[in-house]
Write a protein that binds this ligand. Structure first.
Ligand code: ATP
Ligand code: MG
Length: 553
């Protein structure tokens, strides 16, 4: 008998052994919770599925058998509370293991899970609850979260379930499920029913609510198998809060499809040394984290840790500075392989475990998609030319893993599908071997004196300078040039912000890139504007600069 994932996923390889196509099978009533998790529970109930380490160091280990039992209990509980098929339920559960029990229970019920970051404000919760028509909120019992929820839902009639001890008179998750039956009768869901609403990171503007259907998990088999590089029985760690799509990429579907276990590290405050200790102690096999985490990891002495079990390291979500990548590799011997994708899609571009990583490249097109680069006139551009990353559908069916709409914003959905292709709004260049190089978001590309400058290239150079810890390159308004390049820079400890260093940094870029790319404006700062999941928001810097320029006009 083959592996479970093989019922849904088949690689077609050419004579050189390279994957040329991936054939996926989406049975009309496929439901990840029953057909993958419960099937493992049936075939091998003691198989490890999740290891959770709390902030206090308490460890909880759950097998697939326990996940089935607990998610059945939770599904029965939710049903009794009045949650049923197509109801939307917001999950504000940070990294509590109850998140995984809850989301599986919601999948079983056919309800729509809305994983949400705990960083959002009461106003965001209220707005999102309205957009999503939220029927219930399951949240962590911490004052900061419960108070926000209270403020947000006082105005609405929403069921509230709390994880942890009781909060005021609200129902306690574990108390509720304890007395419930652990047998739940299957609810039939259809492959194109809505399963998830995920909010985007809000890097370029207000976060959008992305709708995914029941086929979405199948698209992540490739993510876990070919990019993260995991095998059945591995332990994988992705650093991400449960509220972001990164969590679906790295701590849920693909991993469990493959029979790997996920490590959940439930820290309150991030310390690089603690994470490294965890990688060593838990013998993590495959690891994924956003670039910012690696920026902190490489400040530690990585050689001090025994990372012998770690086979692979990956990153996505933001430009990865080459310098940071190189430092990590030189200390660990592991090459960080990048991936590119969006909340709206699965992994679009990456370096798989079978490909060699090209320095500075985000990788090659995933065989799940036909990825092309397109110019502003809608023409596909050849290798070596800049274009927007687009996905060209194969026939009529929506490519697997791609969202089915923005909740409450059909116009935006039509816009991103204009001309019959999916527009990522990100710019890249591809070389003749199919390696993609990220230039920036459409709006972040700087147009100066007729030249087009991708912020990533300039940031990469600046990051090579020993004084620079982090930076963001943006367009700054200029009467003569349209815009000039501005670099906002956070310095490493021990460096002093002064004009001399500014000139040195400008010369540093001038020597390494075309002259028009050097930052005419350097600003030393202590903090960069970020989204609530930690991404640098170049849009915010730009907006402030343009606003100021207007005021001075
Ligand atoms: P919003 O859509 O609300 O502005 P967002 O685009 O940051 O936020 P996500 O869906 O979390 O929301 O992120 C996807 C985006 O992240 C991509 O469109 C791209 O701009 C960026 N990104 C993803 N992977 C990479 C990568 N490897 N290198 C550079 N940028 C990346
Ligand atoms: Mg986006």
């Amino acid at each position: 008998m083959g592996h479970i994932y093989e019922d849904y996923y088949r690689e077609v390889r050419d004579s050189k052994g390279e994957i040329v196509e991936i054939k996926t099978t989406c049975p009309p009533n496929f439901n990840f919770a029953y057909d993958v998790v419960d099937r493992f529970a049936f075939e091998n109930p003691d198989k490890l599925a999740l290891v959770h380490r709390s902030a206090e160091g308490k460890e909880t280990r759950l097998s697939f058998g326990e996940l089935k039992r607990l998610s059945d209990k939770a599904a029965n509980t939710f049903k009794k509370l009045g949650i049923s098929k197509n109801d939307s339920v917001m999950l504000l559960l940070k990294r509590r293991y109850e998140f995984w029990i809850s989301i599986l229970a919601l999948h079983k019920l056919g309800a729509i899970a809305v994983p949400t970051s705990h960083m959002v404000s009461a106003e965001d919760i209220s707005e999102r609850a309205m957009v999503a028509g939220t029927k219930a909120i399951i949240c962590v019992n911490s004052e900061s979260i419960c108070d926000k929820v209270k403020e947000a839902i006082d105005k609405n009639d929403i069921i509230q379930i709390v994880v942890g001890d009781k909060y005021e008179d609200k129902a306690d998750f574990n108390e509720l499920i304890a007395g419930e039956s652990d047998v739940f009768e299957r609810v039939t869901t259809s492959i194109d029913d809505s399963m998830l609403y995920y909010f985007t990171s809000g890097t370029s503007g207000a976060p959008k609510a992305v709708i995914h259907d029941y086929s979405y998990p199948i698209a992540h088999i490739f993510t876990a198998k070919n990019w993260h590089g995991m095998n059945d029985g591995d332990l994988h760690l992705t650093v991400a809060d449960s509220g972001w799509a990164k969590s679906a990429w790295g701590k849920l579907y693909g991993q469990w499809f493959l029979g790997a276990a996920i490590m959940v590290y439930d820290y309150e405050q991030f310390y690089a040394a603690d994470l490294l200790k965890l990688l060593e102690e838990e013998k993590i096999n495959t690891f994924c984290a956003p670039p910012t985490i690696y920026k902190y990891l490489v400040l530690e002495d990585l050689k001090k840790y025994n990372l012998n079990n770690l086979r692979y390291a990956t990153t996505a979500g933001e430009p990865m500075p080459k310098e940071v990548s190189q430092q990590f590799t030189s200390q660990t011997g592991i090459v960080i392989r990048e991936g590119f994708g969006q909340t709206e899609t699965a992994l679009q571009i990456c370096t798989t475990i079978e490909q060699s990583s090209f320095p500075g490249s985000i990788g090659k097109a995933s065989p799940l998609y036909q990825i092309k680069l397109m110019d502003e006139d809608g023409r596909i551009v050849p290798a070596g030319e800049e274009g927007e990353i687009v996905i060209v559908p194969n026939g009529n069916r929506k490519p697997i893993g791609i969202f089915k709409g923005y909740l409450g914003d059909e116009k935006m959905y039509e816009e991103v599908w204009s001309g019959g292709v999916y527009h990522t709004k990100d710019k890249a260049i591809m070389d003749k071997d199919g390696n993609f190089f990220f230039l920036g978001r459409n709006d972040d590309v700087i147009k100066s004196s007729g030249y087009r400058i991708g912020p990533s290239e300039v940031e990469d150079i600046l990051m090579k300078h020993p004084a620079v810890f982090e930076c963001a390159v943006t367009a700054f308004p200029s009467k003569n040039r349209g815009a000039v390049v501005k670099a906002s820079i956070i310095l490493n400890k021990g460096y002093e912000a002064n004009a001399k260093l500014g000139t040195e940094l400008q010369d540093f870029v001038k020597k390494r890139a075309a002259i028009y790319k050097y930052p005419r404006i350097i600003k030393f700062i202590d903090k960069l504007p970020r989204t609530s999941n930690g991404k640098i928001s170049r849009a915010k810097i730009r907006q402030q600069d343009y606003k100021k320029a207007l005021e001075h006009c």
